[in-house]
Design a protein around this ligand. Structure first.
Ligand SMILES: *[C@@H]1O[C@H](CO)[C@@H](O)[C@H](O)[C@H]1NC(C)=O
Ligand SMILES: *[C@@H]1O[C@H](CO)[C@@H](O)[C@H](O)[C@H]1NC(C)=O
Ligand SMILES: *[C@@H]1O[C@H](CO)[C@@H](O)[C@H](O)[C@H]1NC(C)=O
Ligand SMILES: *[C@@H]1O[C@H](CO)[C@@H](O)[C@H](O)[C@H]1NC(C)=O
Ligand SMILES: *[C@@H]1O[C@H](CO)[C@@H](O)[C@H](O)[C@H]1NC(C)=O
Length: 592
């Protein structure tokens, strides 16, 4: 007993006094002891024993060599901590990578199945901790690699998904707490049922469904991933593998934190801090199936959940109490013998695909045909939205976990009874007819007096020249189209506005800057200088100006004309000191 205590004391003293050594590989003859580090060739990552603040438990883990405080990206013995600093990482005679404690019991093992003569373990530049045959000239032939066993962090090049050949399943599993790397409640994984989709689970329960990949992002991504030169996201689906991965040019990591939030971090070398690049934003709609079946979620609306057109709340009482999980049911139940059709729902997060059938080659037309052939098919959609869409997804179940994505380009076609579809189409037609009548009466109200005015004016001033037509290609064209519209020369406008001086600036609107000016003949004008970024083409601009000119009305500010010069497009209004500035900034555009 005493001898053992002495040995222990000696060992502890030894490990404290010994200076740490940096190794570039672990071999059976060169194990890694507590205090030493296995370092990647580019000095980015190191593997060694560590403990967390306020804890004596020791873990074998991988961290960035030059980032402090330590950022652990992988842990070997996450649920079997060592109780002292006497752990050793060694390679057994069978080529197994093992972590043993002071009594030589195996705490963790790589369970390598292939035996080689000359095994060697190393850290690659990517942060991958690998075991290879030291005599194998193929450096990518691994006996075992840590990238196949992620913890809570996805480093660039790591995968979330499955290898269909080996059966390996790559997923992230959160730490239990910031001080405890043991497996926590949350996991982020690719579910292979139906059409593969990314799921964030709490235990066995789906918490949040980023969803299926649409070629650009996961369907649940409220904003389409901004193209960023530092990152590329990749989704691979072939007969051997299905996975999602990130490629990055900067030091970055994607981590599922202990409270279940996935966050993408990049390292800022100037501030020496991790900055969150892209964290998932959780609102009510991100809760899985928050609105139940056949219902769309949108937190910006007064009723967060709304039944899809043609559907009605299953329990109107619950719905009124804002209990939405019951979802909606078809207004007209659909039997197999009934006639049916499809209603297009624009910009939507696609419903749960776990029972979907898919084909990546067929187009939307064929997709519709297939869905209409099987009466249990509830909806269809394009699988990939790039290049006008391709591939086919068919649903055979209730449609759950949808949300409105205003900027989304993903459309869904939902099956409805033909009679219901008819009702909706007629209702929509009535609505657009109503809108048309309103627009029509507005136009009539403006155009009729205008015609009368032009007619009278033409009677009086027939043949009279317009005021300041000036030489320019557009003039002749414009003149033919509409005698009312004047084209001003840039010099004229520049002179009138004192070369667009800031003292002449009246204000700024979404369309550009507005200046006050005085023409040579004393006429006061307001010049709306449209921003160059406006994507409107020349012809569209001219058509719009012509239209505005035709719609002149005495209650509106009078448009005198326009000025086009290269990229510059300007609208010239009569300046009326007591009109609101908004008139000049927004003008008639506001009417449409
Ligand atoms: C490491 O493994 C080798 C081969 O199995 C063995 O000879 C050696 O004693 C081990 N070293 C330690 C410190 O366990
Ligand atoms: C080493 O691990 C074994 C098995 O987990 C355990 O029974 C033993 O107590 C450990 N020894 C020490 C010194 O922690
Ligand atoms: C190795 O096998 C043991 C026993 O089957 C298992 O508990 C352990 O998780 C495995 N280790 C790894 C790294 O897969
Ligand atoms: C390495 O492999 C070659 C053949 O593949 C063999 O001839 C050689 O003896 C091996 N060397 C060692 C050190 O195992
Ligand atoms: C319709 O699709 C379902 C689900 O894929 C399938 O079980 C069923 O056999 C199909 N029915 C017909 C008539 O093809």
């Amino acid at each position: 007993m005493g001898g053992f205590g002495l040995f222990l004391l000696y060992s502890i003293l030894f490990s404290i006094l010994r200076s740490s050594t940096a190794l570039d590989s672990v071999k059976p003859s060169e194990p890694l002891r507590d205090g030493d580090f296995l370092v990647s060739a580019d000095q980015t990552f190191e593997l060694g024993f560590f403990n967390l603040p306020d804890s004596k438990s020791r873990y074998l883990g991988l961290r960035y060599k030059n980032i402090f405080p330590q950022t652990i990206v992988w842990v070997a013995n996450r649920d079997h901590p060592l109780s002292n600093t006497l752990g050793v990482l060694n390679i057994t005679s069978k080529g197994n990578l093992v972590l043993v404690n002071s009594t030589n019991d195996i705490i963790w093992s790589s369970n390598t199945t292939r035996t080689v003569k000359d095994p060697v373990a190393q850290i690659l530049k990517s942060g991958n901790f690998v075991l290879r045959d030291g005599n194998d000239s193929n450096l990518d032939n691994f006996l075992w690699q840590s990238f196949d066993h992620p913890v809570d962090t996805l480093l660039p090049g790591m995968k979330i998904g499955s290898n269909l050949v080996t059966g390996l399943n790559w997923f992230l599993s959160s730490w239990k707490g910031t001080e405890d790397p043991a497996p926590g409640e949350f996991s982020l994984q690719l579910d292979l049922n139906g059409y593969p989709q990314m799921l964030l689970k709490k235990g066995n329960k789906i918490q949040f469904r980023p969803g299926s990949w649409n070629g650009l992002s996961f369907t649940g991504n409220a904003e389409v991933l901004r193209p960023n030169p530092s990152f590329t996201y990749e989704f691979v689906l072939n007969k051997d593998e299905i996975y999602y991965t990130i490629h990055s040019l900067v030091v970055s990591r994607f981590t599922l934190n202990p409270s279940g939030t996935p966050q993408l971090f990049t390292w800022n070398d100037q501030t020496r801090e991790w900055t969150i690049f892209n964290a998932a934003i959780f609102d009510q709609c991100e809760n899985y199936a928050f609105c139940g079946a056949y219902s769309n979620c949108n937190t910006k609306k007064s009723s967060v959940c709304e039944c899809l057109d043609g559907f009605t709340p299953k329990s109107p009482n619950d719905w009124n109490l804002q209990v939405w999980s019951g979802g909606c049911v078809p207004k007209t139940p659909l039997k197999c013998s009934d006639k049916s059709g499809f209603l297009k729902i624009k910009g939507s997060k696609l419903p749960d695909t776990s029972s979907c059938w898919f084909d990546r080659k067929i187009d939307l037309k064929e997709c519709e045909r297939l869905c209409s052939l099987n009466c249990s098919c509830t909806a269809y959609a394009n699988l990939d939205i790039r290049n006008r869409g391709s591939g086919c997804l068919l649903w055979f179940d209730e449609l759950i976990d949808m949300r409105e994505i205003t900027e989304g380009r993903q459309d869904l076609y939902v099956r409805l009874a033909a009679s219901e579809l008819d009702k909706i189409t007629r209702k929509r037609m009535r609505q657009s007819l109503k809108a048309g009548i309103i627009a029509g009466s507005v136009i009539l109200g403006i155009i009729m007096p205008l015609f009368f005015y032009i007619w009278r004016r033409n009677l009086r001033k027939h043949g009279m020249a317009n005021r300041s037509f000036e030489g320019n290609d557009y003039i002749t064209e414009g003149r033919k189209e509409d005698m009312e519209l004047q084209f001003f020369n840039l010099n004229t406008i520049s002179e009138a506005t004192n070369s667009f001086s800031s003292s002449n600036k009246l204000g700024e609107g979404g369309f550009g800057l507005v200046y006050k000016g005085i023409l040579v003949d004393g006429q006061e004008i307001a010049v709306k200088r449209l921003s160059r970024s406006s994507s409107q083409g020349m012809n569209e601009f001219k058509n719009e100006v012509t239209l505005i000119a035709k719609l002149q009305h005495r209650n509106l500010v009078k448009l005198l004309g326009c000025c086009i010069h290269g990229d510059e497009k300007m609208l010239i209004y009569e300046y009326m000191p007591n009109k609101s500035l908004d008139y000049f900034i927004f003008g008639i555009n506001q009417l449409f």
